[in-house]
Design a protein around this ligand. Structure first.
Ligand code: AMP
Ligand code: MG
Length: 397
């Protein structure tokens, strides 16, 4: 059976980058930059005060306390023309531009007002102190954010500070999601014996959104050719198609057959992993298609291990989930040559990370997903692991 690593390679080798589009800054949150952002100006633009206080020249503070003449007030938003003369100070506000002739700011706490025209400086201050220099955050021409960066709150702020009212981002890949199974009903439907509420539409849509795609739920198709084909056709203009269920070896697993009659070129079926072994991947035209296992945990884990990396690659983002190394609190018995993706809970003690299994790891135990902080990856060749052994944990929060 195909190893996970080989299968992932096949999925990624055909990935094409999404085209880009313009969005206004206020709509850019959570989008992915499709080009490097270069600063059009220095930030800050001018030298300015980091404190409310008095702009002075340290030549006047050879000995303190020292009284200085208050020659003016420098407020934010205006530049001052007047030059500070020997023996003078100017009251200055945080963020206001530094007057010429001044080389330091004395904070208000270190001063005492004598009259409206005189201030007493109580403490010495070093030259250059409390001045934010122009360009100290960003220099004009710097690449402040790289292609592939997700725009979060800090990035929004940075884009604003360099004057980007519009930014170029990757178009979000449209991901069609088709659910299959005669037994599947909508969550609000009447639960009769044998029926199962549709979980995968919701968890898969959530995953697509979480990783920057645009989910397009196509509904539920019964295990019947005509119905499957009709619903699959609705997803043909998407960037990726996910089909949940019907790719196993059961008598009613007709998804691969139906796909084939739509021109599906399957690249693999079945990967040596657990959960998620029966997974089919291929193309219809240039659109990647995944036949994901129907078991809710398998479908989520296969999404995280295959679909997520593909979406990442399509937007030039890092492919690997962040990982940490942690010590096991639960022993693990493994009897096969597959790669296992175990759902674990994380805790931090004495400067070390520990993980314990979330409980039963069956592919139908959805609680193992709601209760986990990460996924421990147990390599193909590993057999038993003892308490205290180290495992690699993917963080999926
Ligand atoms: P399948 O992959 O079609 O053989 O389905 C495997 C198991 O997952 C069966 O027990 C199905 O009832 C269940 N299942 C399939 N699709 C869903 C779904 N959308 N929501 C919840 N359970 C599902
Ligand atoms: Mg089924």
């Amino acid at each position: 059976m195909l190893k996970y690593g080989q299968a992932l390679k096949i999925v990624l080798e055909g990935a094409r980058p999404m085209e880009s589009e313009w969005v206004t800054l206020s709509r850019a949150h959570r989008r992915v930059l499709s080009e490097d952002m270069v600063a059009a100006n220095d930030v800050p633009y001018t030298d300015n005060s980091a404190m409310d206080g008095y702009a002075i020249n340290t030549d006047d503070l050879k000995s303190v306390p020292r009284e200085l003449k208050v020659a003016g007030v420098v407020a934010c938003g205006k530049s001052v023309k007047r030059r500070l003369k020997p023996g003078e100070a100017m009251a200055i506000m945080t963020g206001a531009p530094i007057p010429r002739g001044c080389n330091s700011i004395v904070p208000v706490e270190d001063t005492e007002v004598i009259t409206s025209g005189t201030v007493k400086i109580l403490r010495k201050v070093e030259s250059g102190k409390n001045i934010r220099r122009s360009g100290e955050d960003v220099r004009k021409g710097d690449v402040v954010l790289k292609r592939g960066v997700v725009v979060g709150p800090a990035e929004l702020g940075m884009l604003a500070s360099v004057g980007r009212e519009r930014v170029r981002v990757f178009r979000r890949p449209a991901v069609a999601i088709l659910i299959t199974g005669n037994e599947i009903i909508e969550p609000g439907g009447r639960l009769l014996p044998g029926k199962v509420r549709d979980i995968n539409t919701f968890s898969l849509c959530g995953l697509v959104e979480k990783f920057g795609g645009l989910p397009l739920p196509l509904g539920i198709a019964g295990d019947e050719r005509v119905n499957l084909l009709r619903k699959m056709k609705k997803g043909l203009n998407s960037d990726i198609m996910l089909i949940s269920g019907g790719v196993s070896m059961g008598r009613f697993d007709l998804v691969r057959e139906a796909l084939t009659s739509l021109g599906y070129r399957e690249r693999f079926w079945k990967v040596a992993m657990r959960p998620g072994m029966p997974i089919s991947f291929g193309y219809i035209g240039r659109m990647p298609v995944f036949g994901l296992p129907g078991n809710p945990v398998s479908s989520m884990v296969s999404f995280l291990q295959f679909v997520r990396p593909l979406i990442m690659k399509m937007m030039d983002r890092p492919i690997d989930l962040p990982v940490i190394s942690a010590f096991l609190r639960t022993p693990i018995v493994k009897k096969d040559n597959r790669r296992h993706f175990l759902r674990v809970k994380l805790d931090y003690k004495n400067q070390k990370y520990f993980v314990s299994l979330t409980g039963p790891q069956g592919s139908g135990i959805l609680k193992s997903m709601t209760e986990c902080d990460g996924i421990a990856v147990v390599p193909e060749t590993t057999r038993a692991l003892k308490v205290g052994d180290k495992v690699t944990v993917q963080l999926i929060a």
